[in-house]
Structure formats: C-alpha cells, structure tokens
Design a protein around this ligand. Structure first.
Ligand SMILES: *Cc1c(COP(=O)(O)O)cnc(C)c1O
Length: 430
C-alpha cells in the first residue's frame, strides 16, 4: 500500500483494496486527494459521490441528493438499477471481453435491437464504440469514404457539441473547445441554428461539394435547444438532392430521452425522415460506457469496409449486455410514455410558476432547459446542490435537467418547489 497525501496523515487504510472497495474519507479529504491525482481538466469536483439508489445519490459525508442530471443524460434507469446490475454482473461472470476477431450474442442482439428501434431499412448496420465522441469519429471517417475527397465541405450548426476527440472537435462550434487544438483536419462551416434560409443558402452554391450535414435534433450542451419544426425535413431534402449525408448526433437526445427512442422520430422534429447516420451513447448503457453508430441502408453501411475502422472495446459483451438491459427495461416498464407524460406536466408546472427569474422552459421528454433572465445558472446550480438537488448549468443562463426516466412526479415536484422559492431578483443570487 502506498502512502497517503502528505497533508492527510490521519487517515487509516484509505487506499482502494484489491477488491476495489474504498475505505472512508470525508468529502474534503477526497477532494484534496483528487486535486493531487486527477488532471485538472474539469476543475475541482462539486462533491465526491459514494453511492446511488434510484434517483438519489449520497456523498462521502453522507448527504443525499436528488439527481436531476443523471450523469449528464446517462443514468436513464437511475442508480444501481437491479436489472442493469444483474445483466452486467452476469455477463462479466460469463464472458467479459472478446476481441473483434470474435463476436458475442449480446453484441449481435444489441445491434439488432438498435436497428429495430431506429426503424432502419434493410441493409443498415451498427458500429459499436465506447463513447459519444468515438461514434462521431466513426461518422467523420465514414463521411470521408462517402466523399472520397471530391466533397470537401462539412456542415454543422452553431452551438453544436459533438465531442472532444480531434474529428468530433472539428465539428464542435465552441471556439474555446476547438481553437487550442487547431488545425483539426477538414474545415467545417457552422450554419446559424435552425435557420432554414441559411440552410438553403449553404446548398445553393457548391451544394454538390457537401459531404455531410451533421446536427443534433436537440442541442444539449448549447442549452437544450430543439431544432424548429420542419428544419430536419428541409435538411433531408437538400442533402438528398445534393448527394450529401445527413448525420444526426443523438448521443444526448437518443435512447428515449425525449420520449421516443430517437429525437428525430418526434413529429415536430422530423418524424418520418430517414437519416443516413445516427450516433448514440450517453443513455445507451445506463451508466456503462457504450456508444454506437447506426448507418442507414446498405450503401452507407458499406462505406467503412473491412480494416477501415476498429476499436478494441467497441461491442464489448458487458457493454452490450448493459445496452440490452437498458432498452429492455425501458420497453418492459413503459418508460417512453412516462418520459413523455412527466416531461410535459413538469414543463407546464415550471412555466406555471411564472417565476420572474425564468424566461423560458423548453425541451422534450426529460431533456429540459430552464432559461433564466440573467447569467446566474451557476449560482442557482450551487444553491440547488446545497438544497440537495443536482442540476447543471449548461450555459451561463440555462439550467439543464436530464434525470433518470424512473423519476416520479413527486421527485420532480421537489425541484419545482426549489425553483419557486428562489429569490426573484437575480442580484440576490450573485
Ligand atoms: C456528450 C455528447 C457527445 C460526446 O460524447 P462523449 O461520450 O462525452 O464522448 C457528442 N455529442 C453530443 C450531442 C453529446 O451530448
């Protein structure tokens, strides 16, 4: 056993044991150890969490929090869900990993289920990844094969977030994320969000040089912004007319988050359109890392040929078992209908507060953005944490809610009351 950090001499055996169990430290002690050992890319952790159960988590000091962020739209079944835990444990106890020289039944079954949930036409195929950014990475490579150098243009939307690896980063609009790492390969043109005229204009000249248009049906990181009705249909029409691929990033909005398996299946967001590529991750494993790219139709599905892409862990049997358990429970427990209904009543309740601090409540299903009248989202988030509620400031003015699908209306009401009790003057929050 190695020593403890120098200024934390009093702790007994607080190193992880060989079984991975960790002895007790206070939150403050853990935070200090974090700052010595974990790279400072995220800043200091808000709390150190040690346990979860359903929609609740507990920190190292024993305080309880209502988790309305769900690991950023990940923990769709909440924490320690018995079915997910059992599925993952059983698979790890049977066959934990094989290389992609081999396959496993769970991998094959999850690929079939994703194609089924996507309503993908015959000839469609899945590529498994470990994260969202890797699914986007695969999409970028697939797009390269589609264009074969003849289509240099890549279109994305202002406000877009597609990940942090170099290819996905090239598509990400926020300069602070992207510019320190430039050059990032093919240049990307960002179109004004949801602007149909700008979309048409982008294809009016050199439209045949567009390799792909990449979009989130609901922008998550930008503050839960659903695309306006009709935009995706127009995007589909133009990409088809010009032979470009339509890539929908549903890493955050997919897997039932909005009340349909994929956000683009929502009538107001594009219902009926068939994209060329859809990426998913976050909610798919319910907390177990797994992502996927779905390529629609035989031509797109064949763009990445043998040896042209790969990953050691992608399609891992345990990750696939998690995906099967998550989708299975959502179906078995009727969670899509619940997400739709609760999302609707919750947004209405939040609007009905008519709180002077709230400018707008938007979103679909259980992906909800509360737009504030002033840039005090971080202060509200800190207050919520003190009050035992985890939410997130997606932007300086937007609170993001992306809770587990098992949230009850009584749970939701806890946040509604918290919001209602906030001071009405933003100055009182600063
Ligand atoms: C989170 C997210 C990503 C990146 O996923 P990671 O798993 O963090 O790599 C990509 N696109 C969207 C829309 C996301 O919300």
């Amino acid at each position: 056993m190695t020593g403890l950090v120098a200024d934390d001499p009093g702790q007994p055996t607080s190193e992880p044991s060989v079984t991975g169990s960790v002895a007790r430290c206070s939150s403050a002690q853990w935070t200090q150890r974090y700052t010595h050992a974990v790279m400072d890319t995220f800043g200091p952790p808000q709390r150190v969490l040690v346990r979860g159960d359903g929609v609740w988590v507990w920190d190292a000091d024993g305080r309880r929090y209502l988790d309305l962020l769900g690991g950023i739209a990940v923990n769709v079944l909440g924490h320690a869900h018995p079915t997910l835990t059992a599925a993952v444990s059983a698979q790890l106890g049977t066959l934990g990993h094989v290389s992609n020289f081999f396959a496993s039944p769970t991998q094959i079954a999850l690929a079939e289920r994703l194609l089924d949930l996507a309503g993908a036409p015959p000839g469609s195929r899945v590529f498994f990844t470990n994260s969202g950014t890797e699914a986007i990475e695969a999409a970028v490579k697939l797009t390269r094969r589609h264009s074969d150098g003849a289509r240099p243009r890549l279109l994305a939307l202002e406000g877009a977030f597609h990940g942090r690896t170099m290819g996905a980063l090239a598509l990400t609009a926020k300069a602070a994320y992207r510019e320190p790492f430039e050059p990032l390969g093919s240049p990307v043109e960002w179109l004004p969000f949801g602007d149909r005229d700008a979309l048409c204009a982008a294809f009016a000249h050199d439209g045949d040089q567009v390799a792909a248009l990449v979009a989130e049906p609901v922008q998550g990181e930008a503050g839960v912004r659903p695309l306006p009705s009709g935009w995706l249909a127009e995007a589909r029409r133009l990409t088809t007319a010009h032979g470009a691929l339509l890539v929908l990033d549903e890493v955050q909005s997919g897997m039932g988050r909005t009340g349909t398996w994929f956000a683009h299946q929502q009538t107001e967001l594009g219902g009926g359109i068939v994209p060329d590529v859809v990426t998913v991750a976050k909610g798919l494993g319910g907390g177990f890392p797994v992502g996927a790219l779905i390529a629609y139709g035989p031509r797109t599905a064949g763009l990445l040929g043998r040896g042209q892409h790969g990953t050691t862990f992608g399609g891992n049997p345990v990750a696939a078992a998690a995906g099967l358990a998550v989708t299975g429970v959502i179906e078995r427990d009727g969670l899509l209908a619940h997400v739709t209904a609760l999302g609707q009543t919750w947004r209405t309740a939040l609007r009905d507060l008519a709180h002077p601090l709230v400018r707008e409540v938007r979103g679909l299903g259980l992906l909800i953005g509360v737009e504030l009248v002033a840039p005090v989202a971080a202060a509200v988030t800190a207050r919520a944490l003190e009050a035992g509620i985890i939410v997130n400031a997606a932007t300086p003015t937007t609170l993001r809610l992306a809770p587990p699908y098992i949230l009850t209306s009584a749970d939701a009401e806890i946040f509604t009351q918290f919001l209602g009790d906030l001071p009405t003057d933003p100055e009182d929050l600063r």
